[in-house]
Design a binder for this molecule. Structure first.
Ligand code: MN
Length: 496
C-alpha cells in the first residue's frame, strides 16, 4: 500500500520523430519498464504512471496541460532517452504548473563493451539528450529537481521519493484552508506576515474567526460524546489521579474533552487543514486548548500558537510529507538552554501544545496552572521525545520574500528526571554545534516557533522550497558562520 494511494506522478519520456518506428518502439518499451519499476518499488510512496513518448511541441503541450488539469497528478518526471530538441518543450514548460523532476538516467547501467555499435549509440543518448533538456529549463529560469544515476540505484530511488513527498506536501497546500481564532499575539513580529502574498505564493488561504464562533460549537457538544472521549483519554494516557473518574479535577478533563470535540467539529465543518489560537483571545473559553490542540495535531492538522499561521501551515505540510514514516512532526519552540560546555543542549517545548506524534511511550495526562491567559487550569499531555536525527524548520516573511530556514539537530534522550516540568519536551543539539547553530539561526531571522521533525530530511525541505519558489537556507554539519553570513548577504542581492 502506497502512503499516497490517491496521488500520481507521471513519467514522461521525450524524443522526436527523426528516429523511425523501430527506435521509438524501443524507447517506449524501456520507458515503460523504468516507470513500472519505480511504481512497484516499495520506497516510492505514490503511483508512477507511464505516459506515451512525446515527440513534438503539440504532444508536449498536451501532456503538460493534462498534468495541470489532473487532480491526482502532483508532478511529472521527465527523461530524454534519445535526443528531444528542446525548443519543442518551450510551450509546454511555459504552462506547466506542477513540480518537475528531471531524471538524468539511462536504460542500461553499463556500456556493453563487446557489442556496442552505432544502433546502440543512437538509442541510448540521454547523456547528451538530457543536457539539451537541462539547457532549456535553465534558459527559462525554471525550478526543478535534477536526479542523476541509474534508475535501479537505491540512492536515485531515494532522491525521487524525497521529491515526491515534497510534491505531496505542496499539493496538499493548494486550496488548503487554515483558520485563526483571534489575531496575532500583540506586538509579536515574526509570527505576523503577509497573508495575501502567502496565498499567491503558497496556494493556501488563512482567515479569521472570532473565538466566539468556536465557543458556540464547543457549547453544542453533547455530554455523551464527551463521555466517550474521556474514556478514550483514560485508555490512551496515564491520567493524573485527580483527573480520573471521581477525582476532584475530573470536571476539568471533561471541559478539555469538550474543547477538543468543538475544535474537531469546527475544523471538519469548515474543511480546514489547521488552525492557530492565542491566549490573548479566549472569551468564553474555560481553558486554553492544550490536549485538544495536541490531539488535533496528532490527527494530522497543522497548529501553532499565538496566531502563528505560517507555522501552522508548515506543520500541516510537513505532516503530509511524512505520511507513513516512523516518527512525527510537531509545533515546537526553542524554550530554554543548557549551556554546559561539555554537553550543550536546547530544551524545546511550548506552554502546552506539543504533538503526541513525537512522544516516546505512553503520555501522561496532567492538569497544572498556567500563568497567562487568565483562564482555568488547562489539561495537557506530558511526555519526552526520543533520541535521533531531527530538524527544526521555520518559514519567515522577509518582506520581499519568504524564507524557509532549516536547522539539522541531533535529539538526545533526557538524562535526568524533570519532575516539576508540566509540559512535553524535547532535548536536542543543533548542528554544526550549539553556538554556531544558534548564531546562524538568529542571523537568518529564524522564528522561535518551528516545526520539529523526526522523519523528514533537509533535502525534502529543500525540494519543498524549490517547488514553492522561495528562498531556502540550511544550517547543518558544514555550516561556517563566515560563509553563512555571505550566503545571507548574497541571497538578499539575488532577491532584490
Ligand atoms: Mn509560542
Amino acid at each position: 500500500m502506497k502512503a499516497f494511494q490517491h496521488l500520481e506522478v507521471w513519467f514522461v519520456t521525450g524524443s522526436q520523430d527523426l528516429y523511425g518506428e523501430e527506435t521509438l518502439k524501443q524507447v517506449a518499451v524501456h520507458s515503460k519498464e523504468i516507470a513500472d519499476s519505480l511504481h512497484a518499488d516499495p520506497a516510492i510512496p505514490l503511483n508512477v504512471i507511464f505516459k506515451p513518448t512525446v515527440k513534438s511541441s503539440e504532444e508536449i503541450y498536451a501532456v503538460c496541460a493534462a498534468a495541470n488539469a489532473s487532480t491526482a497528478c502532483i508532478g511529472i518526471i521527465t527523461w530524454m532517452h534519445t535526443f528531444s530538441p528542446a525548443k519543442m518543450w518551450i510551450r509546454g514548460l511555459n504552462i506547466l504548473q506542477k513540480p518537475l523532476l528531471h531524471l538524468h538516467t539511462q536504460f542500461n547501467r553499463d556500456i556493453p563493451w563487446s557489442t556496442i555499435d552505432m544502433d546502440f549509440m543512437n538509442l541510448n543518448q540521454s547523456a547528451h539528450g538530457d543536457r539539451e533538456f537541462g539547457f532549456i529549463m535553465s534558459r527559462m529560469r525554471l525550478k526543478r529537481k535534477v536526479v542523476v544515476g541509474h534508475w535501479q540505484d537505491p540512492l536515485v530511488i531515494g532522491k525521487i521519493s524525497n521529491w515526491m513527498r515534497a510534491a505531496a506536501g505542496w499539493s496538499d497546500w493548494q486550496g488548503a484552508r487554515f483558520v485563526r481564532f483571534g489575531d496575532n499575539m500583540r506586538y509579536v513580529a515574526v509570527t505576523d506576515g503577509d497573508k495575501v502574498e502567502a496565498e499567491m505564493k503558497f496556494g493556501y488561504s488563512v482567515n479569521t474567526h472570532g473565538i466566539g464562533d468556536l465557543v458556540k460549537v464547543i457549547n453544542e457538544v453533547t455530554d455523551a460524546s464527551v463521555e466517550t472521549l474521556v474514556h478514550e483519554y483514560a485508555e490512551r494516557y496515564q491520567l493524573m489521579p485527580v483527573l480520573q473518574k471521581g477525582g476532584e479535577r475530573h470536571g476539568a478533563l471533561k471541559d478539555a474533552a469538550k474543547i477538543e470535540l468543538g475544535l474537531q467539529y469546527f475544523l471538519e465543518k469548515g474543511n480546514y487543514k489547521g488552525f492557530s489560537d492565542t491566549f490573548e483571545d479566549l472569551h468564553g473559553m474555560k481553558q486554553l486548548p492544550g490536549i485538544g490542540a495536541q490531539r488535533m495535531m496528532g490527527k494530522g492538522y497543522g497548529f501553532a500558537g499565538e496566531g502563528d499561521w505560517k507555522t501552522a501551515a508548515l506543520v500541516r505540510a510537513m505532516k503530509v510529507m511524512g505520511t507513513g514514516l516512523q516518527g512525527g512532526n510537531s509545533f515546537m519552540e526553542d524554550y530554554t538552554y543548557h549551556f554546559d560546555p561539555a554537553n550543550p543542549l536546547v530544551l524545546g517545548s511550548h506552554m502546552l501544545e506539543i504533538c503526541e506524534s513525537i512522544a516516546t511511550g505512553k503520555p501522561n495526562c496532567e492538569i497544572h496552572p498556567l500563568g497567562i491567559g487568565g483562564k482555568e487550569d488547562p489539561v495537557r499531555l506530558v511526555f519526552n521525545a526520543g533520541a535521533g536525527p531531527a530538524l527544526n524548520a521555520s518559514v519567515v516573511d522577509m518582506g520581499n520574500r519568504f524564507r524557509l530556514l532549516v536547522n539539522e539537530v541531533e535529539a538526545v534522550a533526557p538524562f535526568a528526571e524533570l519532575p516539576k516540568l508540566p509540559v512535553a519536551r524535547v532535548l536536542w543539539k543543533p548542528y554544526p554545534n550549539m553556538n554556531d547553530g544558534c548564531a546562524a539561526w538568529i542571523l537568518a531571522g529564524g522564528a522561535h516557533h518551528t516545526c520539529y521533525s523526526q522523519n523528514l530530511t533537509s533535502e525534502q525541505l529543500e525540494d519543498f522550497a524549490e517547488i514553492a519558489g522561495i528562498e531556502y537556507v540550511k544550517i547543518g554539519k558544514n555550516t561556517d558562520i563566515y560563509q553563512f553570513k555571505n550566503e545571507l548577504r548574497w541571497n538578499d542581492a539575488a532577491y532584490k
